[in-house]
Design a binder for this molecule. Sequence first.
Ligand SMILES: NC(=O)c1ccc[n+]([C@@H]2O[C@H](COP(=O)([O-])OP(=O)(O)OC[C@H]3O[C@@H](n4cnc5c(N)ncnc54)[C@H](O)[C@@H]3O)[C@@H](O)[C@H]2O)c1
Length: 356
Amino acid sequence: MSSAQKGVATKRFPEAVVRKFATGLLLAMGSRAEDAELVADGITTAALRWHPGQGQGLEKFFRYHRRYKIGGSVPNAEMSWDREGPSFALLNANDGWGYVAGQKAMRKAMALAAKTGVALVGVRNSDHFGIAGYHAKTAADGGFIGISMTNARAEMAPWGGKTAVLGTNPWGLAIPRRNAHPIVLDMALTMAGQGMINWAAREGQPVPDDWALTKDGKRTTNPLDLLQGATQLPIGKYKGSGLSFFTDAITGVLMGAKFGLSVFQDEKDFDVSHVMIAVHVESFMPLDRFYDRLDQLIHEVKSAAPINPGEEILLPGDAELRRMEERKKSGIPIDAESIEKLRVIAAELGAPFLLE
Ligand SMILES: NC(=O)c1ccc[n+]([C@@H]2O[C@H](COP(=O)([O-])OP(=O)(O)OC[C@H]3O[C@@H](n4cnc5c(N)ncnc54)[C@H](O)[C@@H]3O)[C@@H](O)[C@H]2O)c1
């Protein structure tokens, strides 16, 4: 996704300000300090990595706050383990923050996989877990291969349909490298989300015709045609729709949480489900040998002949890493409308407003 923001006015803020502001909002809602710092880190990481129209940064507080006010989100929830075996576990997030639940689950998967080689940990009764790559990268930072996935609100019609049943159900996959950032593929199973369509509408720009269908099942490039009852189109046509089905089956259905048409619908009871998988590299081969072989694969991929001479072949996550480096220097862009909404939320919570 391009990070061009012509047409929508944005203001940039240092990473430290975004982090402190997010932490203050979470503390004001009653989160424990360690959880507030963790969720704020997820939100700040997302804001550093993604386009503001993707809505993964401070924009998340619009819904966090709404759900907190009606008791749907419990900022200081006590999470509990429902089941546990040698290479699996199931966490009940008890309506707590999705970032906290996702991190607890991935860390448990890593601890179990260190003994068994591979572990899968599910979560039920959770919230939006943020960016899928955040949880997968936690595993890669610890020397594991990490896979994370979640179900989400029905926004995608099954292939051939025109009513939404399946979610954007993103996947994060991360693999550790020697002396380099892990490689992180972080993607929704739809071509784009509602947030980017809204952003294009505000910019007055057309959208690609493979992003979404109108409520009548027609393709259009006019974002205004899509704002009423659009369904998101999957990546890879019926293959993405199939992946989304399986993601919902492995998360919501298997973990005893909501799925399909019911997950993420009732703001008092989202009951979102996630799955974290950790693979212990050294159970399969010595770490050094793995890193040598991965470097060889990376070299082969990067050396592919480009379609346009001189253009670089990117690895998954390269674009986000570059955006992050640039924003660490120049600040995180936030649009004026979001800043005003965040001002109201901070005032209601009695938290310091730092986006001046
Ligand atoms: N929790 C939820 O319910 C939820 C739902 C949807 C999306 N999300 C999050 O939103 C974020 C954005 O997702 P998205 O699918 O819109 O992202 P995207 O389509 O912008 O990027 C997807 C992936 O493709 C890679 N990529 C992009 N261009 C590339 C190129 N030229 N060569 C190689 N790789 C390339 C990126 O590095 C990234 O890993 C993600 O963090 C995702 O987890 C969360």
